[in-house]
Design a protein around this ligand. Structure first.
Ligand SMILES: Cc1cc2nc3c(=O)[nH]c(=O)nc-3n(C[C@H](O)[C@H](O)[C@H](O)COP(=O)(O)O)c2cc1C
Length: 347
């Protein structure tokens, strides 16, 4: 239904317009009495084997919506009916900011990929917090936090801390985003020293709270093996709870889209199918380095249920999707759950 009827219409529009249309359409649909219940029935698979318990959280199933889709925490009340076991909202920054000029989101259909240079467009943490205060029960929400473009890297720790403090009581886990390619200087925060400073500050803040909420680090797929070793070391040394592997890549390798089209699009992070192998490899490497106790979320290029299973077999506890959801719709969420259950039953 999505691929045959809805996607062809949405793909007639600019990607960002299509995003807003799809969201508005879903919201309207959910105004029809009983529709959210029907959607939930359609896209949620009922099986006890889907439950994932880790770091004090109970995920009803292992399929999450990746950060960037619900940047302003406005969509999760509707999107929870599409079968997701958890939704990561954000990236949010302390102050509102417009992001980069449009167009800033591009489809590469031949590669089942997207290139984006959104640049953390968001309403700021105060509005974001107000929306989370009204969150409905029964869904796990992660808050993905970042820094404002205008904040120099040396002061980045304050931005992460402000978001963390304001959202601490409102989210179930935190994702520290130091890996977006669209904020100048951000990925330099993945270096050992700045990373240690940011994570230590968040952990100190967490110590003041009665409830311990997991802190995860979202990493870039473009780190080399030495950098990945450094990241794993800092994760272990500081004692945060795990990683999300991965964000989008700046590489353009292996694309079938003609080079001149890719060049015309310009800078940005590439997501979807071409990212799959790279991020799966990082999941596997991180699991080897970190051992079993850490929470690892696999993200990048999951376009079919089998891709999700590959990430789980590589060592992920949970998976997240973004680009696959744009190309395949909520049927992908359901098919991953079904394959997970089938795979569980055969063991
Ligand atoms: C349009 C767009 C916006 C994104 N915005 C964010 C963001 O704000 N924060 C973040 O951590 N990741 C962001 N991402 C990265 C995704 O969360 C995900 O890590 C990446 O796209 C790889 O997964 P995929 O191949 O399933 O899309 C964004 C991705 C896209 C395509």
């Amino acid at each position: 239904m999505f691929r045959l009827a809805i996607r062809p219409i949405l793909f007639l529009f600019q990607p960002e317009t299509a995003h807003h249309l799809a969201v508005a359409g879903l919201r309207l649909l959910c105004l029809i009495p009983g529709m959210s219940w029907l959607l939930h029935r359609r896209y949620s698979v009922r099986s006890a084997s889907l439950l994932v318990e880790k770091k004090g959280l109970r995920f009803p199933n292992p399929v999450g919506l990746a950060a960037g889709f619900d940047k302003n925490a406005t969509l999760f009340p509707t999107f929870r009916f599409l079968g997701f076991g958890f939704i990561e909202v954000g990236t949010v920054t302390p102050k509102p900011q417009p992001g980069n000029p449009k167009p800033r989101l591009f489809r590469l259909p031949a590669d089942e990929a997207l290139i984006n240079r959104m640049g953390f467009n968001n309403d700021g943490v105060d509005e974001f917090a107000e929306r989370l205060k009204r969150r409905p029960p029964g869904i796990i929400i992660g808050a993905n936090i970042g820094k404002n473009k205008a904040t120099p890297d040396e002061q980045a720790v304050n931005d992460y801390l402000i978001c963390f403090q304001k959202l601490y009581d409102l989210a179930d886990y935190f994702a520290v985003n130091v890996s977006s390619p669209n904020t100048p200087g951000l990925r330099a925060l993945q270096d050992k020293e700045p990373l240690r400073i940011i994570l230590t500050a968040l952990l100190e803040e967490r110590k003041k709270r009665a409830q311990v909420k997991p802190i995860l680090l979202k990493i870039a797929p473009d780190l080399n093996d030495a950098q990945l070793s450094d990241v794993a070391e800092i994760v272990q040394e500081t004692g945060i709870d795990g990683v999300i592997a991965t964000n989008t890549t700046i590489s353009r390798d292996g694309l079938v889209t003609p080079p001149h089209t890719v060049e015309r699009i310009g800078a940005g992070g590439l997501s979807g199918w071409p990212l799959k192998a790279k991020s799966t490899r990082i999941v596997s490497l991180m699991r080897q380095k970190l051992g079993d106790s850490y929470l690892i979320i696999g993200c990048g290029g999951i376009e079919r249920a089998e891709d999700a299973l590959e990430k789980l077999k590589a060592g992920a506890d949970l998976v997240q999707i973004y680009t696959g959801f744009i190309y395949r719709g909520p049927e992908l969420v359901r098919s991953i759950q079904k394959l997970y259950v089938a795979n569980h039953a055969s063991h």
